[in-house]
Write a protein that binds this ligand. Structure first.
Ligand SMILES: *Cc1c(COP(=O)(O)O)cnc(C)c1O
Length: 496
């Protein structure tokens, strides 16, 4: 069945999947959503025998219906290959009574690789399908992980350029090094004097700027987005929830049809929205547990029905990829629970922009039944890493620890005995300082790079390639700019 895409702010027009991937964001500022969430057309019995790549095809073909089988398999095979350090691509690891779905085995050791290793191929395929002759300029705001993963995906991909903005003091040392050492002649990286939301707003403003689009077109360029608002990011993320369920079945950890809960450390709401799509495709998921750090705007939203980014301070935490006050992908859920009412959604989003606050109706609240919100303080996050390490020897990163704490707390308070899969979104090597300090305070004063070796010994795991690479790399990018100079900076880079 053909699946088309429409904007959350004006649903009159529809576009094909490849057009939605090319555009990234709809012209009215809305996000593309499928006209309906398709159902899986293969059984769990079949899925449990499948490789990651086969599962990816089974899931993605339901969403990207204007791609031919050849095109889609090609994209999948070029993405999920030896860039990943395990053939399983996304291994499911049982620790104590919890299953960790490790999404950090790709090129940049964070979960963004799951989607960003395939997006460049989906995008260049989409360009060919739609006769696009312009060079595609990927503009991305990052809280740390997206930027590097996007650059790694797009570096030297023919017909594309990529420009990444990151908050200067808002990412880890390892993340910063990963970005400023990125090779590729089509890659630029800019540190902005502001936080992630500033960067994201700046990028959104450029996407919505029609004059700028025209100036670009005159020079043979057009913007596209690699941020998690692109449907080409969202769809590949649905795959690993289907895969995780099939793996649990294959390992006889669950019975066919048995429900599971999924716990996701959340920032921009992309990863957990993919789990929601997986549920609606037919994966027996009971609760979608949305885990926040101290920037708990989503926790408060699920509790009260009010989304309020205004009356709170932005916090810098040890899980920086979740330091977000505007979770862009939530708009897709808001639209869904408003009964696909584009006017209602547009009204709420306008309120968010002008007032920094909106409240959903009681009717809409009922649509949130699938979700549970939770959060972990900095202290609880640290304790969680420590506790699991002491008990089992398993070392997790800070983002995963936020989810693990929320998972534990949910189990204790709800008495829900459904088995839980925690999305493990980064390698502990990426956040080595916070992780090692959680294991033992004696590491607090040590240099981040020295600690890599300590972590290797403590966790008895190999140093990932992504880390080995930055140890000897040269700094190639030193550009910085103020929040209000982002457009100028982009023009400078493109020479327009
Ligand atoms: C991006 C990221 C998240 C948040 O994912 P969203 O899809 O933005 O909710 C969590 N953990 C890590 C390590 C990330 O890189």
């Amino acid at each position: 069945m053909e699946v088309l895409y429409k904007s959350t702010r004006n649903s009159d027009k529809t576009v094909t999947a490849s057009q939605a991937i090319l555009k990234g964001l709809a012209e009215d500022g809305g996000l593309f959503v499928p006209t309906q969430i398709p159902k899986l057309s293969v059984s769990m019995g079949e899925l449990k025998e499948m490789s990651y790549q086969e599962t990816a095809y089974a899931v993605m073909r339901e969403f990207l219906t204007d791609f031919t089988e050849d095109e889609l398999r090609n994209c999948i095979n070029r993405a999920y290959d030896s860039k990943f350090d395990t053939e399983e691509i996304a291994p499911l690891v049982k620790v104590d009574d919890t299953y960790y779905l490790e999404l950090f085995h790709g090129a940049t050791i964070a979960f963004k690789d799951m989607a960003l290793s395939i997006l460049p191929h989906l995008l260049t395929t989409s360009a060919k399908k739609n006769d696009v002759k312009n060079e595609i300029v990927i503009l991305t705001a990052t809280s740390g992980d997206t930027g590097k993963a996007a650059m790694a995906g797009f570096a030297d991909v023919e017909g594309t350029k990529i420009i990444v903005f990151f908050p200067k003091n808002g990412v880890s040392k390892v993340q910063e090094m990963q970005m400023v050492t990125q090779k590729g002649k089509n890659v630029d990286v800019v540190a902005i004097h502001g936080n992630f939301d500033n960067a994201q707003n700046g990028v959104k403003a450029m996407f919505e700027n029609k004059e700028l689009a025209k100036e670009l077109a005159d020079k043979g360029y057009q913007f596209s987005s690699a941020n998690s608002i692109n449907i080409g990011r969202l769809v590949p993320q649905v795959v690993y929830y289907v895969y995780a369920y099939a793996k649990l079945l294959q390992n006889e950890e669950i019975k066919d049809g048995e429900e599971i809960n999924v716990v996701v450390p959340t920032g921009n709401f992309g990863n957990i929205l993919a789990a929601y799509y997986a549920k609606h495709m037919g994966v027996p998921i009971r609760k979608l547990v949305c885990a926040s750090n101290e920037n708990k705007v989503l926790y408060d939203f699920f509790r009260t029905g009010t989304y309020d980014k205004k009356h709170r301070e932005f916090m810098l935490t040890t899980s920086p990829s979740m330091d977000i006050l505007i979770s862009s992908n939530l708009e897709r859920l808001i639209y869904q629970i408003a009964g696909c009412d584009d006017k209602k959604n547009a009204e709420l989003m306008a309120l968010l922009k002008s007032e920094g606050v909106y409240e959903i109706t009681d009717e809409m609240k009922a649509g949130l039944d699938d979700f549970v919100g939770g959060y972990a303080s900095e202290e609880q996050t640290k304790e969680m890493i420590h506790e699991v390490y002491e008990k089992t020897g398993y070392v997790m990163d800070t983002h995963t620890a936020v989810a693990a704490h929320v998972c534990k707390n949910y189990k204790e308070t709800s008495k829900d005995e459904t088995k839980c899969v925690v999305a493990s979104t980064a390698s502990p090597y990426k956040f080595v300082k916070s992780v090692m300090t959680a294991i033992d305070d004696k590491y607090a004063s040590q240099d981040e790079f020295e600690l890599l070796e300590e972590l290797r010994e403590v966790s008895q795991t190999e140093l990932p390639n992504a880390i080995k690479e930055i140890l000897n790399a040269n700094i190639l990018h030193t550009l910085e700019c103020d929040v209000d100079k982002m457009e100028e900076t982009v023009k400078g880079i493109l020479g327009i």
